[in-house]
Design a binder for this molecule. Sequence first.
Ligand SMILES: [Fe+2]
Length: 401
Amino acid sequence: MAYYRLLGDVPPTRHTQHRTPEGGLYYEELMGEEGFSSDSSLLYHRHVPSAIVDARPWDAPDASRTPNSPLVPRHLRLHTLFAGDAWTRADAVTGRRLILGNDDVRISYVAAGRPSELYRNAVGDECVYIESGAATLETVFGALEVREGDYAVIPRATTHRWVPAPGGPLRAYAIEANSHIAPPRRYLSRYGQLLEHAPYCERDLTGPAAPLLAEGTDVDILVKHRGDGPGGITGTRYTTPHHPFDVVGWDGCLYPYTFNVADFQPITGRVHQPPPVHQVFGGHNFVICNFVPRKVDYHPLSIPVPYYHANVDSDEVMFYCGGDYEARKGSGIGQGSVSLHPGGHSHGPQPGAYERSVGVQEFDELAVMVDTFRPLGLGEGGRAAEDPGYAWTWSGRGPAR
Ligand SMILES: [Fe+2]
């Protein structure tokens, strides 16, 4: 997505000689999407970017899934996954535990305290939401300082690593696509600028500020790629002869960036506004929305919590990451919870919340939602974090038999 940026040292004309101070050549690499037909950047390396000296299998985090069967709404308590000091031994790449996934998108959660190894996701773009904590996201394009409430959007095949800030845990909700992740097309001009009716603009996006150069020999990179492993995911560990952070300059429209949820300007209405007004990003067969603190419906007879709804084409995943979520009161949902409301099941406010919301002026809630257009299965982390009573909370009864 993203607009044009230029960092560091690039030659005045693309695809021409770019000389080092010693007279040698920098190595130009085009990193581009959709086979030279979409956004790209040109990176200038000190070393040949193709060079590897070893390749071995790497066991990527478990991507296996079990179907949501019998079909029920589910509540997953993510904070139970890294109990005690388990986060001090986890990193933000290999520590991820799959919560929910399908063949378009996978959602994982991690509480991390250690720096990750260098990592490259060749399956698709990642959008990592920071529930709490802070980190430096070191990338081949430069470093990004990441903080609570940030989405870090990392293009497919970007070499990077996560370095949590001291004191932490870094709590991260990782949305991994099999496609690209970008702002909704309806918010973009035909040339790609965010339009006036968009809930954020380019000024709210932060890219790397300077090239990041590192030295090293025989450096490993973990590569997640398409293959025949569980979920169609396989891992390979490359060893490169030189450190991959050797880019002295780059320019283009493809690079990692952050957007903080506090900079999302909510679109509100006289009566209830549907979830698409809360959309922030999207990928193939899924959307990402956020529900932020806001004034609510101002019709004198409005009911501010959502009407009951049957999303006949999608599974809906809410991650409750701040504030006080009015519609779910009485369900056991709290900070760090995920709800899965699958297609085929009507859902809406918990008993009493519908009536209680009449006359309310503002919601102090923060949630990140992923709607998928194909059904989601449960990952290892999702199964481990489940609260089995959630499905029955609207009726107030347990299973009939
Ligand atoms: Fe919903």
